[in-house]
Structure formats: structure tokens, C-alpha cells
Write a protein that binds this ligand. Structure first.
Ligand code: FAD
Length: 465
């Protein structure tokens, strides 16, 4: 068996692992990264990027279909449009290819050694990698576990045939006629909306009493309205049960115990993701857990000295930018820098229609922490830019402490608000007060002006409403 040693071994080249390896390499740390598939992990290959590519294609197609229907208020008309999903998927794969090749190049440029294969723990500091050319033993002084997560499977609807996870849904080459989406979280709604815009008849089945249950109702209401407008049926307090024996419909159980049939030719199961902590020897090193996740402290250290864990394997929020921030921090800690992990300003974004973004605390969470709060909300219906973009739905909301006006949270719902998340994060990260946001000159006409107006409103000084 071939053997190698290194100072830092990173297992998994998703956004957590590859960012950690690049930063470690840049800092002169002798780093090896092991990846069993393509660099980029879930995010670049079957998650964030492919889903946003599909959403963009679906938005474009839907817009054109609207114009072809002769109902376009701008007066644009077109002949009957069509979509070749195979070509769309090819375009998406091209983007994924460019990004994953770029990641491999960046790691190489930083001097990181890449090993392709599945890592199996032998002990906390030693792994054996099953590569195409045989086994490779790697001994490291410090180890970073960045193995990510996989979709949760329903035992009564196993993946295969017409039952798919998000991975298969993102590779479909024809648009399903009837699509049942099990799970009304962000992944199910993003993909369900995209397929509805591409022409599928979509039904969302959600066991809870509302979709996006982790988001407050004010933020999800515009999304509900839009789902309805797109003809997407949302069945809440409903449980998926099984496929019919003919395999042409999903049987679901409503809250009152009645059974309903949802005709479909594809079923997309998006009921959550689970950390990849089994099947590769992690059990052997017996790290402390938080439920299924690896327990970490504010420096991403696990219960074993010299072993770190980052990204989805460490729990919620399972988001690429959280994994990346952790990866960068761990590399700097290994290099001897003083760093710690502050999760206050991790933005959460739903790329639904309209989009939702939240950074920091919701009004209820802020009240629990600070007692009295100041809250300002400004609607896009009063924002000039939103009008010119034909996207007047939604608002920006700023939440601050009542005593010193420290901004605790900013949320928004509306078309394109994901792009405001950086400004929201910056405000919270820098400890902005309401006066800081209100006093920042925002370019006109932009959607961002709604944040300034929301802050002004919280101060009782709104100008445009
Ligand atoms: P991963 O990206 O899962 O990477 C882990 C890597 O480890 C994988 O490449 C895997 O092959 C490798 N690996 C695992 N075990 C081993 C082993 N034993 N040996 C070698 N290699 C191994 N997040 C966002 O922030 N924004 C979004 O818009 C967004 N959209 C999403 C859409 C979808 C459809 C999905 C499924 C996810 C989305 N996410 C999004 C979540 C995001 O993809 C994850 O949070 C992120 O990829 C986690 O990064 P990670 O590095 O922890 O793990």
C-alpha cells in the first residue's frame, strides 16, 4: 500500500472542504484533500448551482410563455415557445464543469495535493483511500471532516424509477407532466416552482401546517400567493403514503384521515438531508454527536484533539456559505491564527418566487433576546425600481433593539432580494444601528432603498410612505 503524510488532511471537496484546503495551501500548510467524486461537492454538482441554473431557465421560459399568450403588459408578443430540457441540462452541466474545473485548478495553484477516492478512517489521524489504482494510506497531524450530506429517503418510497431526489430532478431531460413534490421546504419549493414554470402540473405535499415552516408567515405569504398563481396545489397537514399499484399516482393521507390520489409521472422527495457519517469508518473514532451530526465547538473542533468538522456534517443551517466560512476559519486555526466561529450573520435565502432572505433574528427571536424592539417594514409597492421591474410584491423589514437601535435582524421577500443579502449581512456583522442604515446614501432607483426606508420607518422618519 502506498503511504503519504501531511500536516492537514481534508476529507471531502465540497464548499467546506475545498475552501479549507485552498486557504490552508495559501498559508503554506502541507495539505492533502480526498474526494470520492468531483470537486465542488453537493453545491456545485447537484445543489446550489444546478438548481439556480434550472430556476433561471424556467423563469425565462415562463416569461416568454406569458408574452406568447398575448397578455404581456409591455406589449411584447411572440410565436408559441418551446423548451428542450436536454439542452437546458447540457447548458447547466457546462456551468458545473467550468466551476468544478476551476476549483481543481485553484487547489492545485495553492499547492494542495488531491487524492481521488473514498477515504476510510483507520484511526483519528489515519485514513485509507480506495483509489482507482489501489489503496493509499494517509497519515496527518490534523484532519478536517467535510463529508457533507445526502438526501433523506422515505422507506415506503425508495429512490429509483419515478421516485427521485433533487439530484435526479436536476438531470431530467423531459418535463414531467405531473410532478408530486413531497416536502415544502426550500429545495422542494424551488424545484417545484421551476417545473411548474416549465409546464408540469405540480402538487406539493407537506406534513406541517404550512410550507417553509422555519420562516415566519409574513415572509412566506407572498410565496404562497405566487404558488397559487402558478397553479401549484399545496396540500398541508398531508402525508405521502405510497404509490398506487399501477404506479400512476401518489396516495396521500389528509389531516382528516381521508386518502387522496395525486396523478403524477414523477415524485420528488425533498424531506431533508442527513449528514454523511456512516459507511466510511467514522463510527470507529467515536466522535461526540448532536443527534446525527458531529458535535463541534466555536472553532469547529470535534471531541477528538486535532480533528475538525465543518459544513453539513455539523448540522443546521446546511448551507454552502456556512461550510465555506467554517472551512476558511479552520485553515487559519491550523496555521496558528486566532479565529472563532460567529454564526450571527449567516444569511438564509430561499430562491423561491419571490425570493426570501433573512439575516440575524426574526422579530419574535429579537423580542426573546432584547425585550422591546423597534421594527420598520417598507413595501416594494412603494419602491420605484420594483415598479419598473414589474415586481412590486414583498417588503424589507429591519429589526433592532429599542434601547440602543442595534440592528438584530433584516429580512426581505421580493424578486431578486437574494442580492440584498450581502448588505444585510454587512450591517449585522459590523454592528450597525438603525441610524447607520438610514444614513447610508442608497443609489436610486434600487431595491436596496427599501432597506433604508425600513430603517427610517423604524426610527419614525419614513420619507416615501
Ligand atoms: P458537500 O457539498 O456535500 O460535499 C461533501 C463532499 O465530500 C462530497 O463531494 C462527497 O463526495 C465527499 N465525500 C463524502 N464522503 C467522502 C469520503 N468518505 N471520502 C471522500 N470524499 C467523500 N446551499 C446554499 O447555501 N445555497 C443554495 O442555494 C443551496 N441550494 C441547494 C439546492 C439543492 C438542490 C441542494 C441539495 C442543496 C443546496 N444547498 C444550498 C446546500 C449546499 O449544497 C450544502 O450546504 C453544501 O454543499 C454543504 O457543503 P459541504 O462541504 O459541507 O458538503
Amino acid at each position: 500500500m502506498k503511504e503519504m503524510t501531511c500536516k492537514l488532511l481534508v476529507i471531502g471537496a465540497g464548499p467546506g472542504g475545498y475552501v479549507c484546503a485552498i486557504r490552508a495551501g495559501q498559508l503554506g500548510i502541507d495539505t492533502v484533500i480526498v474526494e470520492k467524486a468531483r470537486p465542488g461537492g453537493t453545491c456545485l454538482n447537484v445543489g446550489c448551482i444546478p438548481s439556480k441554473a434550472l430556476i433561471h431557465a424556467a423563469d425565462e421560459f415562463h416569461k416568454i410563455v406569458g408574452m406568447a399568450g398575448g397578455k404581456d403588459p409591455l406589449g411584447i408578443s411572440l410565436a408559441k415557445p418551446a423548451i428542450d430540457l436536454k439542452q437546458t441540462v447540457g447548458w447547466k452541466d457546462g456551468i458545473v464543469g467550468r466551476l468544478t474545473t476551476g476549483v481543481a485548478r485553484l487547489m492545485k495553484k495553492a499547492g494542495v495535493k488531491s487524492v481521488h477516492g473514498t477515504a476510510l478512517f483507520r484511526d483519528g489521524k489515519t485514513v485509507v483511500v480506495e483509489t482507482e489504482t489501489g489503496e493509499q494510506l494517509i497519515r496527518a497531524e490534523q484532519v478536517v471532516i467535510a463529508t457533507g450530506s445526502t438526501p433523506v429517503e422515505l422507506p415506503f418510497l425508495p429512490f429509483g424509477g419515478l421516485v427521485m431526489s433533487s439530484t435526479e430532478a436536476l438531470a431530467l431531460e423531459t418535463v414531467p407532466k405531473g410532478l408530486a413534490v413531497i416536502g415544502g421546504g426550500y429545495i422542494g419549493l424551488e424545484l417545484g416552482t421551476a417545473f411548474a414554470k416549465l409546464g408540469s402540473r405540480v402538487t406539493v405535499v407537506e406534513a406541517a401546517s404550512r410550507i417553509l415552516p422555519n420562516w415566519d408567515a409574513d415572509l412566506t405569504r407572498p410565496v404562497m400567493k405566487r404558488l397559487d398563481g402558478l397553479g401549484i396545489a399545496v396540500l398541508t397537514e398531508t402525508k405521502a403514503r405510497r404509490m398506487t399499484s399501477e404506479g400512476d399516482a401518489l396516495l396521500v393521507e389528509r389531516a382528516d384521515g381521508s386518502e387522496e390520489r395525486i396523478a403524477c409521472d414523477k415524485v420528488l422527495v425533498t424531506v431533508g438531508r442527513k449528514p454523511l457519517v456512516e459507511g466510511w469508518g467514522l463510527e470507529e473514532i467515536d466522535l461526540d454527536r448532536d443527534g446525527p451530526f458531529i458535535r463541534i465547538d466555536e472553532q469547529c473542533r470535534t471531541s477528538m484533539r486535532g480533528v475538525f468538522a465543518i459544513g453539513d456534517v455539523t448540522g443546521e443551517p446546511m448551507l454552502a456559505h456556512r461550510a465555506m466560512a467554517q472551512g476558511e476559519m479552520v485553515a487559519e486555526i491550523v496555521a496558528g491564527h486566532r479565529r472563532s466561529w460567529d454564526k450571527r450573520a449567516i444569511p438564509a435565502v430561499c430562491f423561491t418566487d419571490p425570493e426570501i432572505v433573512s439575516v440575524g433574528l426574526s422579530p419574535d427571536e429579537a423580542r426573546a433576546v432584547a425585550g422591546e424592539i423597534k421594527l420598520g417594514q417598507f413595501p416594494f409597492v412603494a419602491n420605484g425600481r420594483a415598479m419598473t421591474l414589474q415586481s412590486e410584491e414583498g417588503f424589507v423589514r429591519v429589526v433592532a433593539r429599542a434601547d440602543n437601535h442595534l440592528v438584530l435582524g433584516i429580512q426581505a421577500v421580493g424578486a431578486g432580494v437574494s442580492e440584498l443579502s450581502a448588505a444585510f449581512g454587512l450591517a449585522i456583522e459590523m454592528g450597525a444601528r438603525l441610524e447607520d442604515i438610514a444614513g447610508t446614501i442608497h443609489a436610486h432607483p434600487t431595491l436596496g432603498e427599501a432597506s433604508q426606508e425600513a430603517a427610517l420607518k423604524a426610527l419614525g422618519q419614513a420619507l416615501h410612505i
